[in-house]
Design a protein around this ligand. Structure first.
Ligand SMILES: Cc1ncc(C[n+]2csc(CCOP(=O)(O)OP(=O)(O)O)c2C)c(N)n1
Length: 678
């Protein structure tokens, strides 16, 4: 008999009432069947198949307190297979999370309910991260497990000592990002990361064997994990495997062989139970098979009581933890609490202001990636919560400040992470660190490789997490590496993403101001698009105000009533200033507007925007990237100087000339449009 057949037979003989394991697991199954049926959409198969795993984990191990869902030292549970969201909602209702009422379960997938189709961070308590795009959950969990160890290195094991559990499906493990994630976790020996794999051998198209012949266990083992296979319907085996994994010195994979849609007589073990309601008739049969006689959305009181008692298991642990926190020296405790709240320390603004004064005096001609490095030397000295990193481009991204020590498997006290060439895994891990709380993650790669992190950047934005992406080599200005490395459409496509601030500073002062904005915004991720090439200082006067805060400001006014407004970002601000000089020389008053963040600019009042763009002037935008998105600023009378296609391999000055991104081209365009107008 296979493990599955064994457990299906065992199912018949065990009690399915009261407070038994079977009854508690069946409560999850019943709620999942009923909610999906009522919503007429959703995924019953996964919650039904994984109900035994979840019951053991949540009743015997998971350290949480539903009455204080954000207790910092709680265990994290990540439902990586987010399509099985009803599993998590059912658990949270059964455990007694206050916000997860039976009404919410009834309103599964409906507008305004907290029970969204896939678990969404910030909607319901106990949802640690948004999942649904497969692979993201497991990769995010790596960042959580890393943050846990890093907090322990700073505040002690008595303050940070929790596990990160993941429930992952075949799809999670097939997605490429899982490879990056398990590689990083194995390398850093994140031993408190435990992945429970819902090994049901079924995906949407049918049997997993249609598309997979690999050995998941060997893959994890090769990455430095422990791996075991168990019967995912045998509570004792599940408990023993988790127990063992918790003692391991490496991260652990527990492949739990399960039957998708367990309990459904005609759909169990089949892909038909994956993503559609079972149907009233089949639900009736499943209820009979499971010995479940209660009405839909009704849990027998003995079973519900057993779950609620399980939900209370760790209240004392939480209280004891609070006492330990209170016993910390006052400055340490305050620092911990501040970091968890996400507030910046008092000295931050002052340090930025002092450094800005120095920059204005020094007028350095640095590449903005170098300006960013210098800014980080100041920032990291006053913000102990920043954690830097790079996807193997540390010397190019300039993300490592002077004092930063690398994090290693033996020493988590450092604050710089060598993510390796794992951009996607890096971005997801940063989400995990931000969600965990206690850290502000930032890390770098080339701007062109935002494409390699985009699904995680999207989740940073959707979840409103303060993750800072330091993306250097931001245009053809990178030169000889050529079109594979030269972003052209990236700025436009990133700007299209809601709740993401794309900053493209022009010099050292703007870079510092953009860093300040990125750090001060708790609920929005930022991209800092930075140049490889050196740039002149354009901000030569001190302003206490952060001029980048409204997205755009007039950098250089016209000599008299302006006829032309030159709008530019980053490295092209220099070109705009030179074009202004050419125009002024020819008697055409022109002004330059630096636009380091179009996202912030778009949020300003209409008056501010019209005023800044220069009503009645001919508007010429200059950006070494595609035009997409700029027409809303330049209007029908303006023009755009930038890229029309991919770049080329050559020294940067040659490329700017070749692609006609020059002061002369901008001045000529302005004159031509002025002539059209008159
Ligand atoms: C990145 C991504 N691609 C595709 C999907 C659509 N999708 C949802 S579940 C799934 C696969 C289902 O197989 P499995 O992961 O084994 O889940 P199970 O059938 O066991 O519930 C797919 C392709 C998705 N959610 N995310």
């Amino acid at each position: 008999m296979t493990p599955t057949e064994k457990s299906v037979n065992a199912e018949k003989s065990k009690s399915t009432r009261g407070a038994s394991h079977e009854a508690m697991a069946n409560a999850i199954r019943a709620l999942a069947m009923d909610a999906v049926q009522k919503a007429n959409s959703g995924h019953p198969g996964m919650p039904m198949g994984a109900a035994d795993i979840a019951t053991v984990l949540f009743t015997k191990f998971l350290k949480i307190d539903p009455r204080q869902p954000d207790w910092p030292d709680r265990d994290r549970f990540v439902l990586s297979a987010g399509h099985g969201s009803m599993l998590l909602y059912a658990l949270n209702y059964l455990l007694g999370y206050e916000d997860m009422t039976i009404e919410q379960i009834r309103n599964f997938r409906q507008l305004g309910s907290i029970t969204a189709g896939h678990p969404e961070y910030g909607h319901a308590a106990g949802v640690e991260t948004t999942t649904g795009p497969l692979g993201q959950g497991i990769a995010t969990a790596v960042g959580m497990a890393l943050a846990e160890r890093m907090m322990a290195a700073r505040f002690g094991d008595e303050i940070s000592d929790h596990y990160t559990y993941v429930l992952a499906s075949d799809g999670d493990l097939m997605e490429g990002v899982s490879h990056e994630a398990i590689g990083l976790a194995g390398h850093l020996k994140l031993s408190k990361l435990i992945v429970l794999y819902d090994d049901n051998e079924i995906t949407i198209d049918g049997a997993l064997s249609l598309s997979e012949s690999g050995d998941a266990l060997k893959r994890f083992e090769a990455a430095g994990w422990n791996a075991a296979r168990i019967d995912g319907h045998n509570a004792d085996e599940i408990a023993a495997a988790i127990e063992k994994a918790r003692k391991s010195d490496r991260p652990s994979l527990i492949a739990c062989r399960t039957v998708i849609g367990y309990g459904s007589p005609n759909k169990a073990g089949k892909s038909s139970s994956h993503g559609s309601p079972l149907g009233d008739d089949e639900i009736k049969l499943a209820r009979e098979k499971l010995g479940w006689s209660d009405e839909p959305f009704t849990i027998p009181s003995a079973t519900l009581d057993a779950w609620r008692i399980a939900g209370l298991r760790h209240a004392k642990d939480r209280q004891a933890w609070e006492e330990r926190l209170a016993a910390l020296p006052a400055d340490k405790r305050t620092d911990f609490e501040r970091r968890i709240s996400g507030d910046l320390p008092g000295g931050f603004a002052k340090a930025i202001a002092a450094y800005k004064e120095k920059l204005v005096a020094d007028k350095p001609k640095w590449a903005t990636r170098k300006s960013s490095e210098e800014a980080l030397n100041v920032i990291n000295a006053v913000l102990p919560e920043t954690v830097g990193g790079s996807a193997d481009l540390t010397g190019s991204n300039n993300t490592r400040s002077k004092e930063q020590k690398a994090v290693t498997a033996d020493d988590f006290s450092g604050s710089f992470i060598h993510y390796g060439i794992r951009e996607h895994g890096m971005a997801a891990a940063m989400n995990g660190m931000a969600l965990h709380k206690g850290f502000i993650p930032y890390s770098g790669t080339f701007l062109v490789f935002t494409d390699y992190c985009r699904p995680s950047i999207r989740l940073s934005a959707l979840m409103g997490q303060r993750v800072i992406y330091v993306m250097t080599h931001d245009s053809i200005g990178l030169g000889e590496d050529g079109p594979t490395h030269q972003p052209v459409e990236h700025l436009a496509s990133l700007r299209a993403m809601p709740n993401l601030h794309v900053f493209r500073p022009a010099d050292a002062v703007e870079t510092l101001e953009c860093w300040q904005l990125a750090l001060e915004e708790k609920g929005t991720p930022s991209i800092l698009a930075l140049s490889r090439q050196n740039l002149p200082a354009v901000r030569t006067e001190y302003s206490e105000k952060n001029l980048c805060a409204r997205g755009a400001y007039e950098l250089s006014p016209a000599s008299s009533k302006a006829q032309v407004s030159l709008l530019a970002t980053g490295s092209e601000v220099e070109i705009a200033l030179a074009a202004q000089a050419l125009l002024e020389n020819d008697g055409i008053p022109a002004r330059v507007v630096s636009m380091p963040c179009l996202d912030l600019f778009d949020q300003q009042s209409r008056e501010f925007r019209e005023d800044m763009l220069g009503e009645g002037t001919v508007k010429i935008a200059i950006e070494a990237a595609v035009r997409y998105g700029w027409d809303r600023y330049i209007g029908p009378d303006g023009d755009f100087i930038g890229m029309e296609g991919f770049g080329a391999s050559a020294p940067a000055p040659d490329l700017y000339k070749h692609f006609n991104i020059t002061p002369e081209a901008a001045a000529a365009a302005a004159k031509a449009r002025l002539a059209d107008k008159s």
